[in-house]
Structure formats: C-alpha cells, structure tokens
Ligand binder design. Structure first.
Ligand SMILES: *[C@@H]1O[C@H](CO)[C@@H](O)[C@H](O)[C@H]1NC(C)=O
Ligand SMILES: *[C@@H]1O[C@H](CO)[C@@H](O)[C@H](O)[C@H]1NC(C)=O
Length: 279
C-alpha cells in the first residue's frame, strides 16, 4: 500500500467502518422490507425500518469523527458477521465508547445494552447519543485479586458450575451482583466483553464479567449457543479467565486480540462427572 495515499491508518479504518455501516444499512433495510427504496425516496420517513435514522446518524458520526473504535477492522468484522446472521438479537456489551453507536447500528430492531463503570462517562456519551441504552455498573473486584479469586472460587459452593447463578449471588465474588435488572431479566444472544478496565492493580478487571458471561450462557433456555466475544486476550488475566470459564473447546475463531466463543447451554453439556468444572 502506498503510504502517501494512506497517510494515516485511522483514515483507512474509518473508511472501512463506513463501508461496514453502509453495508449494514443496505442489508438490513432490504431484509426488513423488500419494497423499501433507498434512493430518491424524498424523505427519511420513507425508510420502513425505524432504525434507519440511527444508521444514518452513525454514518454521519463516523464520517466526521477523528476518533475511531479501538478494535481493529479484522476484529470488528468477526462480530459484524455474527450479528449479520443473528440480528435482531439481544446484545450485551461491557464497555461504552467510540464503538457503541456502531454496535447498536449493527443490531437494528434488536436490544443492545451497554454496561459502563464510570457514571460520568455514561452521562457524557448519552448526551450525544440519547438513543443508546446504557447503564452504570459497580464492580466488587480489583485486578490485583485475580489470582486469588481464581485459586479460591472452587471452594465456594455458590460459584460452582453445577448451580451457578448471578443475581443476588453475593457469596460468589465473581458473580456480578450490581447489574440492572434489565440484564438479569433477558437472555443475551451475544455478549461482548471489552470492559471494565483491567490494566492497573486497582482497576476492577474483567474476572467478574467473564465468569458472569459464562454463567449466563450456560443458563440459557432458548435454543442455540451464546456468542461471547472477549477483547484484550493478549493480557494474562483475560486469557486465564477465558480458559477457565469460556473454555478452549468453545473457541470458535479470533483475530488480533479478540476471541469468539460459542457457548452451549449447560443442559447439553454432560461430562459424566456432574459438572465439576466449567470446561
Ligand atoms: C469480513 O468477513 C467476511 C466473511 O468472512 C469476509 O468475506 C470479508 O472479506 C471480511 N472483510 C474484511 C474487511 O475483513
Ligand atoms: C440440546 O441439543 C439438542 C440438539 O443438539 C437440542 O435440540 C436441544 O434443544 C438442546 N437442549 C437444551 C437444553 O438446550
């Protein structure tokens, strides 16, 4: 690639992103209603999909923003392909950021909920994008406890894979008990873990998010698998917790620092030993 034509990687990423969102707009609009016209329809009201305005806003946003999402195009593409096949779906995202409008746009007609540790950041983002659904979450752990939690969770019966649950499970420190009811009340078809922060000792770390995603996926009653995406798997804690709870055997694919798991309901997992481990 001629560097003078592409002076900044960000510009090419931004263009690719626009192509993805534009593609999603076309795909979802035509899938939604074969009669929908994209061109010369005179007014945005003529879009049959009620999500089209958000998709147009996303194009405007990313076309005029100097800030691009932190995930690479190859990483985003994996989730994009899955969403294309299962949307509209229930999509839970740990983390609220520059990529949020994009994720919501990729799931037209579905429910996309963002969980964020910093209440001020929730406020800031929602001011500019009021149609995103975001909630503030408090975490009970710190990254510095990751090794100890990994060592001790097996001796806490409430953490056991045989009876694992999240809501109100205060005895299992890995269970995220501080989530809004909206999270517990719904079965999530896709869970993206790209937060909370996990790069300094006092940060919450992603231990609870990974454990809770595994439990939610195992408790699924609807048919089919839960797609769990984990970012930053180059880091020690993310990797160790993924291998403990999301399991190598469920690893479907990955790219860069992203892993994609397909986790079946535990009802279908029989290891003959009565569920002594998650994997
Ligand atoms: C995204 O994934 C699809 C399906 O695997 C592939 O055909 C396409 O080339 C990918 N696009 C990019 C930009 O990586
Ligand atoms: C188990 O898997 C079968 C097919 O593989 C499926 O029909 C059934 O619904 C699954 N059971 C549960 C509890 O998910």
């Amino acid at each position: 690639m001629n560097p003078r034509l592409f002076p900044d990687r960000k510009i090419s990423v931004a263009f690719s992103l626009l192509a993805l969102i534009g593609g999603a707009l076309v795909i979802f609009t035509f899938l939604g209603d074969g009669t929908t016209k994209l061109v010369c329809s005179g007014s945005f009201d003529n879009f049959q999909s009620r999500d089209a305005p958000m998709q147009l806003r996303a194009i405007l946003h990313y076309a005029t923003s100097k800030t691009v999402p932190q995930q690479s195009l190859a990483e985003i593409n994996i989730s994009f392909n899955v969403l294309k096949s299962i949307s509209p779906c229930n999509f839970l995202v740990f983390g609220l950021g520059h990529d949020s409008l994009m994720w919501a746009t990729f799931n037209p007609g579905g429910v996309t909920l963002f969980l964020e540790e910093d209440p001020k950041w929730v406020h800031t983002v929602l001011k500019d994008a009021p149609d995103l659904k975001a909630a503030h979450v408090k975490y009970r752990t710190q990254l510095s406890q990751a090794d100890e939690l990994m060592r001790t969770y097996r001796s806490e019966p409430e953490c056991s894979p045989a009876k694992s649950y999240i809501r109100g499970n205060t005895r299992c420190k890995l269970a995220l008990t501080g989530l809004p009811d909206a999270v517990y009340d719904r079965e999530w078809d896709m869970i993206m873990i790209d937060a909370p922060r996990g790069y300094f000792a006092e940060a919450p770390g992603r231990m609870g998010a990974i454990y809770s995603a595994a439990v939610m996926a195992r408790n699924r009653r609807k048919g089919g698998v839960t797609h769990v995406f984990l970012h930053d798997v180059d880091r020690k804690v993310e990797k160790a917790y993924a291998e403990e709870f999301l399991c190598r055997k469920n690893l479907k694919d990955g790219s860069g620092r992203l892993w994609h798991f397909e986790i079946p309901p535990a009802g279908n997992v029989t290891d003959g030993k009565g569920d002594v481990s998650f994997c």
